[in-house]
Write a protein that binds this ligand. Structure first.
Ligand code: GRF
Length: 214
């Protein structure tokens, strides 16, 4: 069964593009049905339209409260029978109301090996701490920021001379590979949220949820 996916963005949308490209594969279990941005000027909106995907801006500044903005988001998603949401650089904190409505059906990608470095400036903080491995995580979204159950992770080495930019670029390459892999796991029912934990089926293979480049 092909699942209908909405990708929520706020910016350039490079992860969005990687999901769109992955979904072109004939055996991919999902179609990207909608791209939504809270910022009308997000570069990713044009990139989605170029790929013939409906791209909507719902400007949070046009709403008087977080709740009314989220009600508009939720209505657009439901009108289009969306099954799963992928947050990809979506820079609005979502209220528990919205998160609960999409519990087990909303993923996020975060540029660190969670639970390390929640929040922003993850690459800078990784360099400051002197970690030798860094990476990215796809997780289910829960009300607490960057705290949801982990679906997939990719490990990236930190190398001597790395700057925030070189490290960010190395992690981003892995994000682009990891997010489609994780979405596939979820859409094929090989990983799901149960009792606050990610449960993998017997068909789970480490290949799907762990990327560990040299
Ligand atoms: C990525 O680094 C992602 O991990 C984080 O925001 C960034 C979005 O980049 N959540 P892009 O818009 O997908 O290029």
């Amino acid at each position: 069964m092909t699942r209908r996916i909405a990708i929520l963005i706020s910016g350039r949308g490079s992860n969005m593009v990687s999901l769109i490209e992955a979904a072109h594969a004939a055996d991919f279990p999902a179609e990207i049905a909608l791209v939504l941005s809270n910022r009308p000027d997000a570069g990713g909106l044009d990139r989605a339209r170029q790929a013939d995907i409906e791209a909507l801006a719902i400007d949070h500044k046009a709403y008087s409260s977080r709740e009314s903005f989220e009600q508009a988001l939720d209505a657009s998603l439901r009108e289009r029978n969306i099954d799963f949401i992928c947050l990809a650089g979506f820079m609005r904190v979502l209220t528990p109301w919205f998160v609960e409505r999409w519990a087990g059906r909303m993923l996020n990608i975060h540029p660190s090996l969670l639970p390390l470095f929640r929040g922003t400036h993850t690459h800078q903080r990784a360099l400051e701490e002197g970690v030798l491995v860094h990476g990215c995580t796809v997780h289910f979204v829960v009300p607490e920021l960057d705290a949801g159950p982990i679906v997939a992770q990719a490990v990236v080495p930190v190398v001597p001379g790395d700057t925030e930019d070189t490290l960010a670029a190395r992690v981003l390459m892995q994000e682009h590979a990891l997010y489609p892999q994780a979405l596939r796991l979820i859409c094929e029912g090989r990983a799901r949220l149960e009792g606050g934990k990610v449960v993998f089926t017997n068909a789970w293979s480490a290949e799907g949820s762990l990327r560990s480049p040299k």
